[in-house]
Design a protein. Structure first.
Length: 162
């Protein structure tokens, strides 16, 4: 499984936003972050960042304030935003197969598939793994410039009945 480019870029943009939120400027005020600055800091194209900002604001992960003194900010602390939330803001619900979505019937095997009942277990394990990675950890990895010890993988129990 691979993330789409947009989901990857959303993680990059949110990591830059988290780092930006921790950077104070002269006088104790934070520099106002906007889509153009976020594009510059993340290295992403401005139109892509503008599209991502719209989705991330709609998902409640970024807060946008208009007018003088306005700009973008994390809607919550970086420690309270998970990788799963960022991916879902761009991709929708985390699922490895489309057959688990209600109303989707695009698989010829769906009516008699013996595996279909077990996909929600797999999907929840995947979502749980992504949810265990806070944005603050991703931002800290970049600040230090070197990788920390890998996080222990969450315990996953996928008992499938026959």
């Amino acid at each position: 499984m691979r993330l789409s480019s947009m989901a990857d870029y959303a993680v990059v943009a949110m990591t830059a936003a988290a780092r930006h939120g921790d950077t104070a400027v002269a006088g104790g005020k934070r520099a106002q972050m906007n889509a153009a600055l976020l594009a510059e800091e993340s290295g992403l194209p401005a139109p892509t960042v503008q599209k991502l900002v719209s989705r991330l604001v709609a998902a409640g992960l970024l807060r946008s304030t208009r007018g003088a003194g306005g700009g973008l900010a994390l809607a919550r602390g970086a420690e309270a935003i998970s990788l799963a939330e960022i991916v879902e803001a761009v991709e929708g619900p985390i699922a490895l197969t489309p057959c688990v979505d209600k109303g989707r019937a695009d698989c010829l095997l769906e009516p008699g598939c013996a595996v279909r009942p077990h996909w929600p277990i797999v999907n929840e394990a995947l979502r749980g793994a992504l949810a265990s990675v806070p944005l603050s950890r991703l931002a800290a990895l970049h600040e230090v410039g070197e990788l920390h010890e890998p996080m222990a993988a969450p315990a996953v129990s996928m008992e499938l009945s026959e």
